[in-house]
Design a protein around this ligand. Structure first.
Ligand code: ATP
Ligand code: MG
Length: 373
């Protein structure tokens, strides 16, 4: 809670704490509370007192609100369902009513409120009214929603990787096998046609079919390895990155080098995938945006952090913190690093190349065996 005791004391015109009468002290205390709306309702539900927390949370000044019915704070749906009336009835019957729900500020905006209404009686047992304490929980609710969204996005990411891995395997094992069988069948046919020497046209056609199947197999391999680079499983991250860099050098005529100063055998599967995907997206960006002559990929480690750098000498870009609405590549990189407890720094300027550094805690990416070694 925020207490503005000194302000309140000044308002009461008191030089020392002891100059303030006890009753006024309570009033000052309640008025000084900023994080809670604390106020009284009369037995009919009209606002009878107001504190600065209430003004801050609900937006009304004391002059505007005192005397008005507290149903003003409820949403039209809740008013139609007589929620305010039911809460007062419950507080009267049980002494206290608690609720969490949407409430409405003076400006019409809604906030998520945690509300307690307590019935107040005089010594003879007559109902004096209700003490109402309201806390604005909107930020907490937003934080919980954000945490939930982050968890969900991690789950989606990993489900996606699993699914891609499965499709890649199916493509390779199922379709790949069938194409191989088809190719062998045509080769046998070709043998027969060559031996009989009866139909040169049919023989030429089998040659065309063979070439088409080769092209299909190459496409299949390319699609499957984009979904899940097989060398990542078979040979590890370093070899997979070298393959990626080689392919990039030849395809885009930009000299691409890889230096890995981490033992990739110690990395978890999800860490290898994340690093591979970060580099893959960075290279796609170089191809799309950079016009670079040289790209350097380097993975290094300090005592507790692994750093993945992808740097090009291309035309760079303005880094203004504003994300282009349809750009997801850098966002995806940040998300992958974040899921491993790390973060991504980007450094660039027009004409000055583009530098990406993903910093990831080693503890999050090393397998259990590696850590106990
Ligand atoms: N290597 C680079 N050189 C120059 N500019 C770059 C480079 N990488 C990224 N950028 C700039 O940063 C922007 C954002 O990149 P990001 O990868 O997020 O999106 P995108 O490549 O435009 O689209 P997407 O990745 O969603 O297909 C790019 O549009 C580009 O302007
Ligand atoms: Mg991109």
């Amino acid at each position: 809670m925020d207490f503005e005791w000194n302000d309140a004391k000044r308002k009461a015109g008191a030089a020392n704490d002891s100059d303030v009468p006890l009753e006024d002290r309570y009033q000052l205390l309640i008025d000084a509370v900023q994080d809670y709306a604390i106020f009284m309702l009369d037995p009919a539900g009209r606002v009878a007192s107001w504190n600065s927390g209430a003004r801050k949370i609900k937006g009304y000044s004391a002059d505007e609100i005192i005397g008005r019915h507290f149903s003003l704070f409820y949403t039209p749906e809740d008013v139609a369902a007589d929620k305010p009336g039911r809460e007062l009835a419950l507080a009267t019957a049980r002494g206290r009513a608690e609720d969490q729900g949407w409430r409405v500020r003076r400006n019409g905006s809604r906030f998520w409120a945690d509300v307690t209404i307590t019935a107040v009686y005089d010594p003879s047992g007559a109902l004096l009214g209700f003490a109402k304490v309201t806390r604005d929980m909107t930020e907490r609710v937003r934080l919980a929603e954000l945490e939930h969204a982050i968890e969900l996005s991690a789950q989606i990411q990993s489900t996606r990787e699993d699914e891609q891995k499965r499709i890649a395997r199916e493509l390779h094992d199922d379709l790949g096998q069938q194409l191989t069988a088809l190719k062998m069948g045509i080769a046998a046919l070709e043998g027969q046609l060559t031996a009989s020497n009866e139909s040169p046209a049919a023989l030429a056609a089998t040659g065309d079919l063979q070439r088409q199947i080769d092209t299909m197999m190459a496409s299949l391999r390319r699609i499957a390895s984009n979904l899940r680079p097989p060398m990542l499983d078979d040979l590890g991250l370093t070899a997979a990155l070298e393959w990626l860099a080689d392919d990039f050098t030849h395809r885009y005529d930009a000299k691409t080098t890889v230096q890995v100063h981490v033992d990739d055998a110690t990395l978890t599967e999800s860490a290898s995938t994340a690093i591979f995907r970060i580099v893959q997206e960075a290279l796609t960006n170089v191809a799309k945006h950079a016009h670079a002559n040289e790209v350097r990929i380097a993975i290094s480690a300090s005592t507790d952090t692994c750093t993945v750098r992808i740097e090009d000498d291309g035309r760079g870009a303005e880094i203004d913190g504003e994300r282009k609405p349809r750009s997801f590549g850098l966002l995806g990189m940040r998300e992958r690093a974040r899921q491993l407890g790390g973060f991504v720094l980007i450094d660039s300027a027009p004409g000055a190349g583009f530098r990406i550094a993903a910093h990831i805690p080693l503890s999050a990416i090393q397998s259990d065996q590696a850590r106990t070694r």
